[in-house]
Design a protein around this ligand. Structure first.
Ligand SMILES: Cc1ncc(COP(=O)(O)O)c(C=O)c1O
Length: 375
């Protein structure tokens, strides 16, 4: 007997599909290498298990947002790179742990350089260039002068340079084209001044799908996060054949016949027109089901689509069982994923919520058990 009952809500992740997706991405972008972007606990999927699977599949390195995420991964033996920025008090530990540091400006570079000299280390650094993201990095138009100044600092190995796209989901978009062109112009100017980089990267998942020129020379690497999970931006083109790796499942907690006229849930937003077989499933917004599914979403029970009735609550959601009169308490309920002939894609939730799938992934609750399948 298990000491602890099974978790009611499970986020099941197929590691084989993850590895297949990774390898398909590698084929699409070859000869570029693939950096797996594992920030925010691998977009909520659980960073250590995802990182191990991707290492086995051949990831060239990992990208994260900040120092603590980097430290989690450093013992795996692959290069770990902070993509965002680094604060002065985070620098000593980054240097002592061999984390690849971003250079967002000259002053950060000076601080990293001083620390590197103090610790008698050489720190791998990548220049972060703002070509139009408007978030972090050296502005592309000033970067040439700043880089010329920065490369003279001791203790730093300027191995890489990169930039990021705000809207590469729109194929053929001029804004993205201009970003690519200002970045490659900068690279040429630097090369003419004798400054070359071994790692040059711009492409995220959207760019891999919509701007193949970011996956060929002079680019050497791509950075992909969302596509690893077989998910895509809802507005972009899908140039790769990837499979969704995750399913969210729960159990049917109660079945009751409620009389016509009953109302369902907080706010009484649904009124039954007739006596109805109602199921209460053991997942709510605390588990990541968006409130926007209230009266609009579906779940799958015994292969049938069951509409959500009333408002999603924290721990439970109420659905109609009219299409599954044989449902039993304890039945598996698929919130995202496939059951029989039917499937509910993650993108369905994002459409209902008016958001993107990144937010949904990062909103899966902490009590949801992450289960890694190696079928
Ligand atoms: C700098 C940077 N590069 C790459 C990525 C990966 O993006 P995606 O998950 O769309 O592939 C991100 C994620 O937001 C990022 O911030």
């Amino acid at each position: 007997m298990r000491n602890r009952p099974e978790s009611r809500v499970r986020l099941e992740i197929s590691l084989n599909k993850l590895k297949n997706n990774f390898q398909n991405i590698c084929k699409s972008v070859a000869p570029c290498s693939v950096l797996a972007i594992l920030k925010a606990n691998a977009y909520g999927l659980g960073v250590m298990d995802i990182a191990s699977a991707l290492q086995a599949a051949g990831a060239a390195g990992f990208g994260v947002a900040e120092i603590n995420e980097a430290l989690q991964l450093k013992d795996m033996g692959l290069p770990v790179q902070i993509l965002g920025n680094i604060l002065p008090d985070e620098i000593p530990v980054a240097v002592s742990n061999g984390i690849i540091c971003p250079i967002n400006d000259f002053s950060a570079a000076q601080t990293i350089s001083r620390e590197a000299v103090k610790q008698q280390k050489t720190v791998e650094c990548h220049f972060k260039i703002d070509t139009g993201m408007g978030r972090l990095g050296m502005l592309v138009h000033n970067a040439y002068e700043e880089i010329l100044k920065t490369v003279k600092l001791p203790g730093l190995k300027f191995e890489g340079i990169y930039s990021h796209f705000p809207m590469a989901y729109q194929g053929g978009d001029d804004y993205t084209r201009n970003q690519i062109s200002s970045f490659t112009t900068l690279l040429k100017k630097l090369e003419a001044a004798g400054i070359k980089f071994g790692k040059i990267h711009m492409a995220n998942s959207d760019a891999i799908n919509n701007f193949p020129e970011t996956c060929t020379a002079p680019f050497t690497h791509v950075r992909t996060g969302l596509n690893l999970y077989g998910l895509f931006d809802s507005q972009g083109r899908r140039s790769m054949n990837l499979e969704p790796v995750l399913e969210i499942k729960t159990r049917l907690a109660a079945i009751r016949k409620l009389p016509a006229g009953s109302t369902i849930g907080y706010g009484r937003t649904y009124r039954l027109m007739k006596d109805t077989l109602i199921g209460t499933i053991a997942a709510g917004y605390a588990d990541g089901l968006p409130l926007a599914l209230s009266n609009r979403g579906y779940v799958l029970i015994r292969g049938h689509l069951c509409p959500v009735l009333g408002r999603i609550s924290m721990d439970y959601t109420t659905v109609s069982l009219e299409s599954v009169p044989d449902a039993q308490c304890g039945d598996e309920v698929v919130c995202i994923g496939r059951q029989g002939e039917n499937a509910i894609p993650a993108e369905h939730w994002s459409q209902l919520k008016g958001t993107h799938v990144y937010e949904l992934l990062c909103s899966v609750g902490s009590r949801v058990e992450r289960i890694y399948l190696e079928e």
